[in-house]
Ligand binder design. Sequence first.
Ligand code: AMP
Ligand code: MN
Ligand code: MN
Ligand code: MN
Length: 277
Amino acid sequence: MIKYDLHSHSTHSDGKLSVEELVQRAAEKGVNVLALTDHDTVAGIAPAKQAIADLNLDLELVPGVEISTRWHSFEIHIVGLQVDTQAPQLLDLLGEQQQKRSERALKIGERLDKAGFQSTHEKAMLLAERAQVTRAHFARVLVEQGAAKSVQGVFKKYLSRGNTGYVPSTWCDMQTAIDAIHSAGGQAVLAHPARYKMSNKWLRKLIQEFSSLGGDAMEVAQTQQAPCERQFLGQLARENNLLCSQGSDFHFPLPYIELGKNLYLPKDCDGVWQRWQ
Ligand code: AMP
Ligand code: MN
Ligand code: MN
Ligand code: MN
């Protein structure tokens, strides 16, 4: 059995492990095929491939990316798998998204500083270094400044939709992301469909629309999910003619989230990797 983990992050976005540490850990955890899917960047792909070669690891790297999109009032993430990291249309789109990330970070910083925190933009940028700056970086800064005990707590109080530090998104739409992924020869995968805090009615609408726009697959299996969720998502995938994907969405080691952990598809589900053979 090949162990696939098709969603992970490195220090090129909001992950805490360098690509070297990430690929080494994936191999240690028995992952055979790992997709690196940093937020709105493919900058980590070449160094990750290099690290696998240098460390002589028995690991296949799938070049990937996780693109933020807007759909109604939601921020929907679309993973691209097997993308050509040189494809011009994809690189153009990622350039625009990166610009939007920088502009949004300035605004988030202004709002948080007005709310009484100190130099949050500068500190988040320092944490991110040359990586794509995300709300997760701001969350770490706010934990340091005592806003809440945990990153999750900070998201709940300051960074989620409707909170003081939330800046409404200007991300591209789903069609633009799907088309850019296709132009790069990749598959477009709807990421973590059960995590958008929407009713099942909206979720069905989202999946239907994603499929009709040309989306290829959706994530069905995650490391941590409610017992019935996998079956339910598998059924929705089948109903909408989507292939199925699985991924840990690993950002850093946690007791309950690990590379390759608990990843398998329900029966009667076709893996997105069937397209790769
Ligand atoms: P951004 O793409 O900049 O909006 O940041 C979103 C990232 O923040 C996600 O990819 C997660 O890694 C992280 N994140 C979002 N919501 C939460 C949460 N409630 N708790 C912890 N991390 C979160
Ligand atoms: Mn993230
Ligand atoms: Mn995501
Ligand atoms: Mn992710």
